[in-house]
Ligand binder design. Sequence first.
Ligand SMILES: [Zn+2]
Length: 423
Amino acid sequence: MTKLSSAITAKRDDLVALTQDLVRIPTLNPPGQDYRLICEYLETRLGKAGFQTELIRAFGTPGDSEKYPRWNVIARREGTRSGECVHFNSHTDVVEIGAGWTFDPFGAEISDGKIYGRGTCDMKGGLAASIIAAEAFIETHPTFAGAIEISGTADEESGGYGGVAYLAEQGYFNPARVQHVIIPEPLNKDRICLGHRGGWWAEIETKGEIAHGSMPFLGDCAVRHMGAVLGEFEDKLFPAMAARTTDMPVVPEGARQSTMNINSIHGGQKEQDDDFTGLPAHCVPDSCRIVIDRRFLAEEPLEQVRSEVTDLLEGLRASRTDFDYELTELNSVLPSMTDRDAPVVRTVARAIEDVLGKSPEYVASPGTYDQKHIDRIGKLKNCIAYGPGILELAHKPDEYIGIDDMVESAQVMGAALESLLLP
Ligand SMILES: [Zn+2]
């Protein structure tokens, strides 16, 4: 075992306590609470290790308000000589608790070598591992070259606009400032995540005409029009998506193709409150709406993803009597894939081999994460996700992080720092 790996092993209790402290700050998003608190905690912690820290509020981004300000922290530790900068980026927000917990979601209790709580796996365990790796590296190699940055950023779970996107717009992920980015999302300690699929979200409304339900022929039923839309999706769109293949190593396997979820459907009268005991009125619905969540591959241009849906809708407009619709785009994210030969990929791969004695698995994520902003806004292509934790536990009840996994992935991060910052 290297001197640095031993130093990280010796910090095991510190790593556990740090993770527990982070989990006990309930940074739920929505609404985005306690961001300032966790940033101040990180500022104090990293300040002690010689990092210069900056607290940055993403004024005016979605959700930012006086009650729930979007705070971010960036910490930078300069080496004694010039060199490259390695940046570890972690989001500090966690998703809602949900039902089904047997542990206190913010208790960070330890049981059987695991720490339980919301955000342990996604991704405060990864954040803690990167901090321990950096601190042990600095103590072991005080005369390192270049710089280490650690950021704690807001709102990843809601798109990252008040976090990494904002910081990238401000130039914090400019390739002149940062050369290598590692995002310690929970992708398992022996996997390197090269990127993620794209996403396109839209609302489709079909239009009709209200009339008495006893004489539907006097109106025009928007729900039947939506039925025709869904029919086209079933007959044409889903089979077309299923036939496509990708070079992206997306896990799980089911996501290694284009997918589309229909998030919601609503047509006609508003649903009544639970305490309403009356009967519905008899009306032909004049509106029906669905929200679609289309995930796409690096091989598919966004324009094609869009036109594939609008072509079907235009086809219905041409073929179906009185068919009218409106499509409102809600959001879109382009896929991101880092080259397998990129320096950060090769470095972390070698570190995994050295620490774990096995070759890494290369994967891509079915959903998006903050790499999209580092790639598209920051124009920084040398970025991966690598961190401890089991991906499938994210957002689940009784989420946990294995303590051994955190130690080992901190050793991998430390070995990567040695390759990149010790000339
Ligand atoms: Zn995450």
